[in-house]
Design a protein around this ligand. Structure first.
Ligand SMILES: [Zn+2]
Length: 199
């Protein structure tokens, strides 16, 4: 993809986001209610968070908005993970990590990526959520591994082998407390299930 194609793509996405915001943030929206249309684009958690974000944009200053959003996201995530897996993660809200975001954009444009935490591949890597985005996992380096596309896919589908897992199992200790608990109590159990079935 050329830089110009990339810029066009970003512009397209910005326009779509604007449309989305306009569709949700109408005057009839008294506070916070879910918008099911968002689910198709993002995930169920954002059917709740998106309208809240639009509402707060209009009613409070940006720092307050960010503080409320990070707190609410962390709380919904905690409740959802407890409901889904019976696992109680700590509530440790972290504001969206803009530094990582801009670094990712630069890497993308310059085709210059951090190496995969598992294999060192650096032609292309992803910032891979430990607590998934769809479960309220935050966009923050303390909730990311850097993984090549293959290891990212294997990680998301609990199909890493024991040696690969051991590398992440060491690295996880440098991450957020909520990510550590999720890794041990949710992901590791699914991994072990895979190893049991595929000895
Ligand atoms: Zn890799």
């Amino acid at each position: 993809m050329t830089i110009n194609q990339l810029k066009r793509k970003i512009k397209e996405l910005e326009l779509r986001n604007e449309e989305l915001r306009a569709s949700v943030g109408n005057e009839a929206l008294h506070g916070w209610k879910p918008d099911v249309r968002i689910e198709k684009q993002y995930s169920w958690i954002y059917t709740w968070l998106y309208p809240l974000s639009v509402y707060l944009d209009k009613t409070v200053d940006p720092p307050t908005r960010n503080a409320v959003m990070t707190f609410v996201t962390a709380t919904i995530s905690q409740m959802s993970i407890h409901g889904k897996y019976g696992v109680k993660i700590p509530n440790d809200p972290q504001e969206i990590d803009t530094e990582t975001y801009f670094k990712k954009q630069r890497e993308y444009i310059q085709l210059n990526y951090d190496p995969c935490d598992i294999c060192g591949e650096n032609r292309i890597t992803h910032q891979c959520h430990i607590i998934p985005r769809g479960e309220g996992g935050e966009y923050h380096k303390d909730n990311f591994f850097t993984l090549c596309p293959i290891h990212h896919h294997l990680f998301d589908h609990n199909r890493l082998n024991k040696d690969e897992w051991a590398v992440l199992s060491e690295l996880i200790n440098t991450k957020a407390q909520s990510a550590i608990v999720y890794f041990r109590e949710v992901r590791e159990k699914q991994q072990i299930e895979f190893w049991d079935k595929n000895p």
